[in-house]
Design a protein around this ligand. Structure first.
Ligand code: PRP
Ligand code: URA
Length: 209
């Protein structure tokens, strides 16, 4: 069974409360979603391996540390996942970015894949999927499947708000994929929205409703 971790740093909780508020507008929502994504990735990259490297400062030679492990790629699930990419790239500017396009049929709640474009070497990278919402888990499961089909072996899923149903669905289908959320909410409504959640993340990010 994969790990499910709620990253409840006080700054993350505070910022999440702001974007949950229905009176928060598009500009602020977009900025804060990115800030939370950056804070979350800062937390989950604590265990990245390091190696010694010799450099020369203006004062002389010294052995210091540099990142040693696999390279990273960020994979937003379109479209709402785009709202987390810049926040992650601020911390890891050299990361590659793959894209997986999914939309949920609003009646059946089933995901539909419409676009996948990944860096060619995804089998050699640690992949971080980002999407603000993990509701039924259908979109995340289909995105993970699409990456595995293309050779990915190391995948983590980072979401802002998770419903218990979505966490269980991903853990059941992909026990090798660890999940990180800024919050685990109460339940899914009959129409498939997370309660209390933050509404439709894509619409709030892009001002489409
Ligand atoms: C939202 C969200 C997730 C998905 C979660 O996307 O960004 O991708 O729903 O729901 P699930 O866990 O039940 O699959 P949506 O389909 O609304 O598309 P959008 O990002 O283009 O708005
Ligand atoms: N997608 C969203 O954007 N919000 C939800 O609450 C559930 C799925």
């Amino acid at each position: 069974m994969s790990k499910f971790t709620v990253l409840d740093h006080p700054l993350i909780q505070h910022k999440l409360t702001i974007i949950r508020d229905k009176n928060t507008g598009t500009k602020e929502f977009r900025q804060i979603a990115n800030e939370i994504a950056g804070l979350m990735v800062y937390e989950i990259t604590r265990d990245l391996p390091l190696r010694d490297v010799e450099i020369e400062t203006p004062m002389g030679k010294t052995i210091q540390k540099e990142l040693a492990g696999k390279k990273l790629a960020i994979v937003p699930i379109l479209r709402a996942g785009l709202g987390m990419v810049d926040g992650v790239l601020e911390l890891i500017p050299a990361a590659k970015v793959g894209h997986v396009g999914m939309y949920r049929d609003e009646t059946t709640l089933k995901p539909h894949e419409y676009f996948v474009k990944m860096p060619p070497d995804i089998d050699q990278r640690d992949l971080i999927i980002v999407d603000p919402m993990l509701a039924t888990g259908g979109s995340a499961n289909m995105a993970i499947e699409a990456l595995k089909k293309r050779g990915a072996t190391s995948i983590r899923l980072v979401v802002l708000v998770a419903a218990p149903e979505g966490v269980q669905a991903v853990q059941a289908e992909h026990p090798d994929v660890d999940i990180y959320a800024a919050a685990e909410d109460e339940y899914l409504t009959d129409s498939g929205y997370i309660f209390p959640g933050l509404g439709d993340a894509g619409d709030r990010l892009f001002g489409t409703k």
